[in-house]
Design a protein around this ligand. Structure first.
Ligand code: ADP
Ligand code: MG
Length: 215
């Protein structure tokens, strides 16, 4: 299992590498700042560095979430921040929370992701089908639940998460945006991928690659 510091560094590197593509998606149906917003946010999380490894995973993720809320001006900062804070709070509140350097169990991670997504739903007053990051996060969470209940081997489970993220992103193309700036376009948002779903897929893929040890 990579350290928390390494996971965050790998996500930040993937966001940086894909920032221009995310900005392109946001230029089509938003205001063209999504890549820059997330790059600023995840660079700040990665800059926490070894400080993250000194904390239990639950606390480290809450700290990372607060950093995103503070550093990112756009809608996506508070939303991704809520996601990480919700995940972190759930992990920290587990019956036997993993200590610094420890790894929560797959079922604890599945439960935590559900809690994080609920925080995004509440903060964003949004849900599946609104053409947002949730259209990637919710299918990934469902795939994780399913994989954990079937006790899939970790490499297979990671494949399923990647496939769910890819399908979720693609599903946003046909949707009409009901939340965020893209909703101002109404029908004209149809036919474009959602930028936040795009970053969701990039983040999930980066985490999976990091967990496989291939990055
Ligand atoms: P802004 O829209 O303020 O410029 P960003 O461009 O960084 O912020 O992020 C836009 C993304 O945020 C959207 O593509 C969408 O996925 C996500 N988003 C916006 N509003 C909501 C919401 N209410 N609930 C969930 N996600 C949202
Ligand atoms: Mg934007």
């Amino acid at each position: 299992m990579p350290t928390m510091n390494k996971l965050c560094a790998d996500v930040a590197a993937a966001v940086r590498a894909n920032a221009d593509a995310l900005t392109e998606l946001d230029r089509a149906i938003g205001d063209g700042d999504h890549g820059a917003n997330l790059r600023r946010g995840f660079d700040a999380v990665a800059a926490l560095g070894a400080e993250l490894d000194a904390m239990p995973p639950g606390q480290a993720l809450q700290k990372a979430g607060m950093t995103l809320v503070m550093k990112v001006g756009g809608a996506s900062g508070p939303l991704y921040g809520s996601l990480l804070m919700g995940i972190g709070k759930s992990l920290a509140g587990a019956a036997n929370p993993a200590p610094a350097g420890g790894t929560p169990s797959p079922s604890e991670i599945a439960e935590a992701l559900r809690a994080g997504i609920d925080m995004v739903r509440q903060r964003g007053k949004s849900d599946a089908g609104d053409k947002t990051m949730l259209d990637v996060l919710i299918p990934v969470c469902e795939a994780l639940d399913e994989g954990v209940s079937q006790s899939l081997p970790i490499p297979r489970l990671l494949d399923e998460l990647g496939a769910a993220a890819a399908r979720g992103l693609e599903s946003t193309r046909a949707l009409r945006a009901r939340k965020g700036r893209a909703s101002f376009l109404g029908e004209r948002s149809i036919g474009h991928l959602d930028p936040g779903a795009g970053s969701g897929r990039i983040i999930i893929d980066a985490l999976c690659a990091s967990l496989r040890g291939t990055s």
